[in-house]
Write a protein that binds this ligand. Sequence first.
Ligand code: C2O
Ligand code: CU
Length: 432
Amino acid sequence: MNRRQFLASSAAIGLLPRQAIAGSSMYRLRAEEVTSQVLPAGDGTTRMLGFNGSMPGPELRMRRGERVTIDVENGLEEGTAVHWHGIRLENSMDGVPVLTQNIIDPGDTKTYSFVPPDAGTFWYHSHYISHEQVARGMMGPLIVEDDEPVDVDHDITAVLSDWLMERDGALIEEYADRHSVAHAGLLGTFARAFFSPSDVRVGDRIRLRLINAATNRIFPLAVTGATGRIVALDGMALPEPRAFDQIMMAPAQRVDLVLDVSGSVKLDMMSRQGPYELGTIEAEGMNAARQSAPIAALPSHAIPAAADPSKHLTLRMMGGAMGGRHGGDNIWAFNDVSDLQSAPFGAFKRGETAKITLVNDTSFPHGIHLHGHHFHELGEDGSSGDLRDTTLVFPNQSRDILCTFDNPGKWMLHCHMLSHAVGGMRTWVEVV
Ligand code: C2O
Ligand code: CU
């Protein structure tokens, strides 16, 4: 069997379960084994992990500024923990075993409770042996609704991922193969988008919330059948909607689009072998009262403009195959240190602003994620750019970020290529 052909062969339309009630403040997520139709309908099903019977897990919708309570019941035969990616929440609710909580043992339930401060597109996923549990399906979308609904005809979520599976849909249970850990990370043989249900017409204006839930795959995306603008990155509104051609998404990143639909909306992953269809939102019928106003910016987020830094740190990515410089005692490292140590990479006083230079001294791209905060990407001239929680740095490049560490606690800082994280590319910072 030729994996590449498999990856390049088929696509499917799938619907995300929207089990949750919009704006509800109490949820129950049961981590459990599920059977999911990942391959196109009629092809084999996949025994995997998920939440509440489905993979991706149900879309959680909540209101900005309102406390939400989520009971996570562990119906697995192994421990787990759930991380609410991108939410600037209290440290004790961050879902990181050892650093912020104990593992949820099989049969146990942990109650997470937090007040989401930002409206936008987020997601949740396992943060325990996550290179394996997320690859097996433990993830789902988390949407924090705007105070005033945005003026679109449909609000659609698209969860993108890839899975390492046989042609019959069976997962290939191989999660820490050293070769892939030392290269780009474990990549799937089949990729697709799961969309939330909608009945889109030609002429509609839609919001499309893209979430890259893949463990290691960077998605270069093309959208056809609609034109529009990027309105948010990693849950944070852009001050001005931005035109786009291809969209590059590192694992864990989110991109919100507002699009005017001119036909069925197709999402393709671009590759050297040509476009690979991830999924299509079929447009049926016609909206005679289409919106003609220019696409407006979303209401702005609450994060202040970056202050001048009082500290400058460097985080050097090291290791891997193909000539990366080595350090540390695992396959990957930051600053000659692999994995979580007892001392943090950085210690900050609450409210302190630091500049961190992320240097990629390896032969692979890395998507670096900081928990509990968003940071500004800086341009080469030092200008303040996009606010993100995960930033993609290509080989032999570097990027400065500016972060105001205003959220007290112990926060992970790691590569979100989860094969690289398990291979050592993770550290933490402390804010006191
Ligand atoms: Cu999305 Cu440390 O995680
Ligand atoms: Cu990496």
